[in-house]
Design a protein around this ligand. Structure first.
Ligand SMILES: CC(C)(COP(=O)(O)OP(=O)(O)OC[C@H]1O[C@@H](n2cnc3c(N)ncnc32)[C@H](O)[C@@H]1OP(=O)(O)O)[C@@H](O)C(=O)NCCC(=O)NCCS
Length: 198
């Protein structure tokens, strides 16, 4: 657990690789720049993520990978399926009080459950590696697929706020969600039951 650090960060844990049934989540490197730029350079992604610019060039990907290598507050995992990069998931911790889950998938990889599977791994990582009680997330009100991901992970709606989106060059209403440690823990421990005839 990292709660003894004077300021909460992921630094000690960040080199780890997370495995799920179909996915591997690992830190992005400069060798991934071409793939990241190829996946991220799509307006449908940029307009739903707060900080992704559009168009998204390989230079943007280089800056992102370098920033993540030195960043102590944010953590990003490249999501791979069968060694093929499909998207990104991470936790932004720029504001100490509101660690926030974020994710995007390349458009060709939508509709296969990868975002939910990757988000669950990142959520486990967050609650296992910190002592925080709350994880935050948001989705534009016009983005039901992202809202679905959050609800499938146990997030609960908490209200609507206006947030700025880099690619839009303006602010947009965002459905805000939060996931408590107790809900996460309960979902993780919800064992299956069996039914039998009396
Ligand atoms: C948000 C985003 C990641 C969602 O992607 P997605 O592919 O719809 O989400 P999932 O990976 O959870 O896939 C869900 C769908 O896959 C389908 N699916 C197919 N095979 C599946 C499987 N084995 N397991 C689960 N779902 C499966 C399901 O029908 C499911 O749809 P449902 O939730 O309506 O039932 C994607 O739309 C995106 O990148 N958008 C742009 C960026 C963005 O909005 N980011 C979030 C901002 S925080």
């Amino acid at each position: 657990m990292l709660q003894d650090l004077p300021s909460q960060t992921f630094r000690e844990s960040s080199p780890c690789v997370l495995e799920t049934e179909r996915l591997t989540l690992r830190r992005p490197t400069l060798a991934d720049v071409k793939a990241i730029a190829h996946l991220a350079n799509d307006r449908r992604i940029a307009e739903n993520t707060r900080r992704l610019p559009h168009p998204y060039s390989q230079d943007h990907a280089v800056s992102f990978v370098r920033e993540m290598a030195h960043e102590r507050r944010d953590i990003a995992f490249l999501i791979e399926n069968n060694f093929v990069p499909v998207g990104m998931v991470g936790i932004s911790w720029r504001d100490q009080d509101t660690p926030e889950l974020g994710y995007w998938l390349g458009v060709d990889h939508w509709g296969q459950g990868f975002a939910t599977e990757a988000a669950r791994a990142a959520i486990d990582f967050f609650f296992e590696e910190t002592d925080r009680e709350l994880l935050y997330a948001g989705a534009r009100v016009s983005n039901p697929p992202s809202r679905n991901v959050l609800e499938k992970c146990g997030f609960q709606w908490s209200g609507v706020e206006l947030h700025r989106f880099e690619a839009l060059g303006s602010s947009s209403p965002v459905d805000c969600f939060r996931l408590t440690r107790s809900v996460w823990s309960s979902l993780k421990n919800w064992a299956s039951s069996t039914r039998r005839e009396p």
